[in-house]
Design a protein around this ligand. Sequence first.
Ligand SMILES: [Zn+2]
Length: 336
Amino acid sequence: MKDRYSRQILFNPIGMNGQELISKKHVLIIGCGALGTANAEGLVRAGIGKLTIVDRDYVEASNLQRQQLFTEQDCLEQLPKAVAAKEHLAKINSSVDIRSYVMDGTSVNLVPLVIEADLVIDATDNFDIRFIMNDLIHQYQVPWIFGSCVGSTGMSYTILPGNSPCLQCILDATPVSGATCDSVGIIAPTVQMVVAHQQAEALKILVEDYGALRTNLVTFDMWKNLYHTMNMKRAQKDSCPTCGENPVYPTLTYDAQTKMEVLCGRNTVQVRARREVHLEELANRLKRIGIVNQNEFLLSLQYEGYRVVIFHDGRVLIHGTDSTEKARNIYYQLVG
Ligand SMILES: [Zn+2]
């Protein structure tokens, strides 16, 4: 171990002691796209003890420009991102205990994962899940590093529950645009810049050097050469339902039923049902309708001009529409 991590151990604030701590810690990464793959690779190379990855999607060609762990082969095989990432990460560092979950994180299924983690890293691409995470990490008192990027702009912020204003408080103080990578694009260096901030903060938390943590919100624009830090100390509101005096964790009372969700900018609707699907049986039935591509995690087919992807957890992506009504019809016709 000494040799493998020698340069990190030589770095004084980490040292042998810090390396020991890193090797005993467990990090949960929610999302395994651009931010998720780069964060996961960084932690695995640093010698983290255990890593858990959660992602709901599979690898597509448009990911390869910036999602650093994935290959053309992953894309051809339509591998779920969590599965492909785990495979590549294990080759980088075989001593790390890596777990991956192909699922859509909810206020229910993320609870056991958050409770077990020493640190949670945000690598998602939407605020629905971030607000759930904001509530979960406050309820269970787990540090969390928020990160987001679009175009050439990004931001990062570290939350130690009880010590920092929560995500809701900082966003109330800092308006965020609704732009997404699918509507205005993104360049890879933006991702790396956010990840660099998240990783540095992660190492500080893992070696328990809390005094070194950044307390402000970082925002930057790499094309316009702008870099700002904003002090967020005053953003905290006593009335905040998540980090205030009487927290109620509003998103955790939400009951996840069958739910339609338009995926922003992707011309895609996600249907989430509570029941699992028997992929083999379904594939046999759907073969009468069209050509079904299948692996052990999902199946996909073209149906009436839409591309439909069905996961074994009952989740369905319908590409080619942003109408929930159309998606609902297709879902009932195909899955029943
Ligand atoms: Zn708050």
